[in-house]
Design a protein around this ligand. Structure first.
Ligand SMILES: [Zn+2]
Length: 377
């Protein structure tokens, strides 16, 4: 199998890839709308079945069903690869009215086109190409339904299936033109301070301000940031008090945490648990924790990347690797010890933004590269 063969096969399939991408983008699928996400899932399952997949639906009550699509022989000397994607988008129903599918200046626009409906369609074409090359490798395409809200129900399914595979290819968008070999871990904490309310003019001294107490606490929290370790702590939201003439009874802060090393999770947890109020009449409640472990740059992942870079070089592409502060489901599969290569989806920009788009000219080569990664080992 050569990259040129992969390119020829995918090139011939490009019209189908583009038609399907449009069809999938035009089925809106916000994370919290089960019926909508299931509609997108139905379309993709039908395509997968036509390609010979066995479809296993992990049924869900409150979210779209999680789709496990299995291709290739059940038994094979080659180890199974997992292609990992999501069907949901951040865009509410009705977005198409203001952000319709359109093609302009070599770019494809539409809600979820980059993150990651193109990744899903590319995965199917890559699997089809590998099949045409008679690569007997078993492949699972796992499509979750709620990645954009942190994968609350699919995480255990993803982890279990990943552990039956020798490699995970994540269909999230590329970083520029690069594949992603590391991602930060993500955490969220909420601080809630309960103070004592009073009239700021008549009865100032009997009040204990939750807002002031929070201000002191946030000073401490801000110092948890350690840029040399890639550890960041961001109090992104603060809500507190009712009126300027009332000593505030309550204040809440929402804090985002990012870590590079898995071992920093415990350290961050200790720091938050160690927070204490200065004004003893105030009480502090802390909730939250690290919910996505970091995807560390491990040898297995580096090996996958080097393999991809060698294939890319065959067609004159200089593939680069990158790391990002953003999380994906690749964080989960990497943390359970399965070599994971991320950012294997399409090239474009504006994920979660009104100008979200895919650069059309990269679709074929990226899909061919994915096909080579499936077929080549
Ligand atoms: Zn995504």
């Amino acid at each position: 199998m050569t990259m040129n063969e992969c390119m020829q096969i995918v090139q011939a399939a490009e019209p189908r890839l583009l038609t399907r991408l449009r069809e999938l983008v035009e089925i809106e699928s916000p994370s919290r709308d089960k019926a909508a996400v299931d509609r997108a899932g139905q379309l993709v399952s039908a395509w997968a079945e036509a390609l010979g997949a066995t479809v296993k639906r992990h049924k869900q009550k409150h979210f779209g069903d999680v789709l496990e699509l299995k291709f290739g022989p059940a038994r094979s000397p080659k180890q199974r690869a997992l292609l990992l994607g999501h069907l949901d988008t951040v865009w509410p129903i009705g977005t198409l009215a203001t952000m319709p599918w359109r093609e302009a200046e070599g770019k494809l626009f539409g809600p979820g086109v980059l993150d990651m409906k193109s990744g899903v369609v590319m995965a199917l074409e890559a699997i089809a190409a590998a099949k045409q090359l008679a690569a007997e490798r078993p492949v699972t395409l796992l499509l979750v339904s709620e990645e954009e809200i942190g994968s609350p129900i699919s995480r255990p399914i993803t982890e279990k299936i990943a552990q039956q595979c020798s490699a995970v290819f994540v269909l999230e968008p590329a970083q520029g033109l690069a594949y992603k070999t590391a991602r930060k871990g993500v955490g969220h904490y909420q601080l809630r301070v309960q103070g004592v309310a009073s009239h700021a003019g008549v009865d100032f001294s009997s009040g204990h301000s939750a807002v002031l107490e929070m201000a002191r606490l946030l000073q401490t929290v801000a110092n948890f940031t350690d840029l040399s370790k890639g550890l960041t702590v961001n109090p992104g939201v603060v809500r507190g008090g009712t009126q300027s003439n009332v000593v505030a009874a309550e204040c809440i802060a929402e804090i985002d945490v990012r870590i590079v090393k898995a071992s920093d999770a415990a350290r961050v947890q200790r720091l938050f648990r160690g927070l204490k109020v200065t004004d003893k009449a105030c009480t502090l409640t802390i909730t939250g924790g690290i919910n996505r472990p970091p995807m560390e740059r491990k040898p297995g992942t580096i090996q996958l990347f080097q393999q991809a870079r060698a294939y890319a070089a065959e067609i004159g592409l200089a593939l680069e690797e990158a790391s990002t502060g953003g999380g994906s489901d690749g964080n989960f599969t990497a943390a359970v010890g399965v070599p994971t290569l991320d950012g294997m989806g399409s090239v474009g920009s504006g994920a979660h933004a009104a100008h979200e788009h895919v650069v059309k000219k990269h679709l074929v080569e990226r899909t061919a590269l994915l096909a080579a990664m499936i077929a080549g080992s």
